[in-house]
Design a protein around this ligand. Structure first.
Ligand SMILES: [Zn+2]
Length: 547
């Protein structure tokens, strides 16, 4: 045991101790322990219960973990926190299993709203429906004639607008597809079906009145409470942009329960660069200095960019994101942002998009010289075998979301075939090649629950239960490796590995207590484990009624 502050052990007492736990520290120097002591917002000691008990004074809060698993707080390396917060109070279409159910839920929700108020969010998934047909505006128009609707597929890369929403957005038969976007149309009439893909969604986004600051505050509060209830103590918000001020307000009010790394849009890098801010600027609760860009779309929307065409849509091999135009723009942006000392984070899903971004990173590193820049690729979903070693070699972080594998894994092969599928969500191959993994969920694309994601990485059992031994089982990883990617891996991805990610003296006091020992249980049961208590910054911010 080691104690950092003070030398007089007898008079010193901790603010909070957790005793009688199965502490899995993720710290190689001391991997296992029974207890930890916290003073203010830092861990001051990790060791045996008998040792930690010596730090109990009259005002120490003592938590008896009753043998349960104690872990560092989870750090979700990729979320959309504000839209997550809004989704918590919007119509939930994720598990609508038929178009009829989808329509019914939208209709029901519309009846509860004042006329003219928009319905957004939803997170629907047509891949669940018989035949996997995309929904159309006609499906919901009758029930929503006075309510503009723009509900997105769970990947956020396409959305369905009803006729009123299209009208308000000015999208008609004559509207041309924008670069990086598609207006899906009826083949004969050319009339939009209501589905807008990727950049085409912006037509409608512009027509939706922006939420007020107060509405944003309450969404952020809901998101933060939700995170605490799942043991997520840090998030890296990929679409924070102007919301930093919302988070700061919550922080000022003592209501922020989640450490937030607020990432800014890459195309607007100069605005951030002009302030002089560099990567990971800020405090332990709120930081900024990362920039998120897009190289392509998504597999579910057939817009992820591949070298070869889709099997089920042979006329396309995906589309580059609008940010990739004009030619050379992305390279120039990455070069400038990197030179300004900001961290570049780019979404790439298809194998071609990944190759392109890796090449841009290589070139910028060559031009700007070596430094600890921690370039990231978000999703790194489909990789050609020859591209896998480039992550370790070029020190590019693969920031991945294992839940997508058990979700997309239901139907991915019909789209890309079995050969390309072999190096899809290639956790094992990436780790074996020496790459650094950071895990997260892409919430609301996937549920925010880290234990579900760990289950996904470890079992690769698809949601439809059609792969009981795992979809592409060679790419499974161990619970230990998955937890590491979710704690130290994601801390590294935001330059915070010295501050968090392990339970060790001196680290920030982010601790979770879990119902089951996921290192010992049947891997198939890992997703059923629940977080019982969440400590953030030394404060107990979530406690399940019955521990
Ligand atoms: Zn995302």
């Amino acid at each position: 045991m080691s104690i950092s502050p003070g030398d007089n052990e007898k008079s010193f007492s901790a603010d909070l101790v957790v005793v009688n736990g199965t502490v899995h520290t993720m710290d190689p120097a001391q991997p296992a322990a029974e207890a930890i002591a916290i003073c203010r917002n830092r861990i001051i000691a990790v060791g045996a219960t008998s040792e930690i008990q010596k730090l109990i004074g009259p005002s120490t809060r003592v938590i008896d973990a009753k043998g349960r698993l104690v872990l560092p707080g989870f750090n979700d390396a990729h979320v959309h926190f504000m839209s997550g917060g809004f989704q918590l109070s919007s119509v939930d279409l994720r598990d609508a299993n038929t178009p009829q159910e989808f329509a019914q839920r939208v209709g029901q929700f519309a009846r509860k709203l004042p006329e003219g108020k928009w319905i957004t969010g939803g997170d629907w998934d047509h891949e669940r429906w018989p035949g996997a047909q995309l929904p159309t505006k006609e499906l919901i128009d009758k029930e929503t004639s006075k309510t503009p609707v723009f509900v997105n597929r769970l990947d956020g890369h396409m959305a369905l607008a009803n006729s009123l929403a299209l009208k308000l957005a000015g999208v008609t038969r004559d509207t041309k597809d924008p670069p990086g976007g598609v207006i899906v149309r009826y083949p004969k009439s050319g009339e939009p079906t209501g589905i807008l893909k990727d950049a085409a969604q912006n037509f409608v986004f512009k027509a939706i009145p922006p939420p007020s600051f107060e509405e944003k505050l309450s969404a952020a509060r809901a998101a933060s409470n939700h995170a605490a209830s799942l043991g997520v103590t840090s998030v890296q918000d990929m679409s924070a942009a102007e919301d930093v001020g919302v988070y700061q307000t919550l922080l000022d009010h003592g209501e922020l329960k989640t450490r937030i790394n607020a990432v800014w849009p890459l195309p607007r890098w100069q605005e951030l660069a002009r302030t002089g801010v560099r990567a990971h600027f800020g405090g332990a609760m709120l930081r900024t200095g990362g920039l998120k860009g897009f190289a392509d779309g998504s597999l579910g929307s057939t817009t992820a960019l591949f070298f070869k065409p889709y099997l089920d849509a042979p006329n396309t091999s995906g589309i580059p994101a609008d940010e990739m135009f004009p030619e050379g723009a992305m390279l120039e942006r990455v070069r400038g942002a990197d030179r300004a000392g900001l961290q570049v984070i780019i979404h790439a899903i298809g194998d071609r998009a990944n190759d392109t971004i890796l090449s841009i990173y290589e070139q910028v590193e060559k031009e700007n010289g070596e430094r600890d820049r921690r370039f990231r690729i978000e999703h790194a979903q489909h990789l050609r075998p020859q591209d896998i070693p480039r992550f370790a070699r070029d020190k590019v972080i693969a920031s991945m979301q294992p839940y997508h594998a058990i979700d997309d894994g239901r139907w991915a092969e019909k789209r890309i075939g079995s050969e390309r599928a072999k190096t899809t969500y290639a956790f094992r191959s990436l780790l074996d090649s020496g790459a650094k993994l950071a895990f997260g969920t892409d919430w609301t694309v996937a549920p925010l629950d880290p234990l579900l994601s760990i289950f996904a990485a470890v079992t690769r059992r698809t949601l439809d239960e059609k792969h009981p031994e795992g979809w592409i089982p060679e790419q499974k990883i161990s619970v230990e490796e998955a937890v590491r990617a979710y704690t130290t891996g994601s801390a590294f991805a935001e330059f915070q590995e010295k501050e968090k990610g392990t339970l060790a003296p001196g680290k920030l006091a982010d601790v979770v207590i879990v119902s089951d020992d996921i290192f010992k249980t049947d891997p198939n049961e890992v997703g059923k484990a629940k977080v019982l208590m969440t400590i953030v910054d030394g404060r107990v911010l979530y406690e399940k009624a019955q521990m």
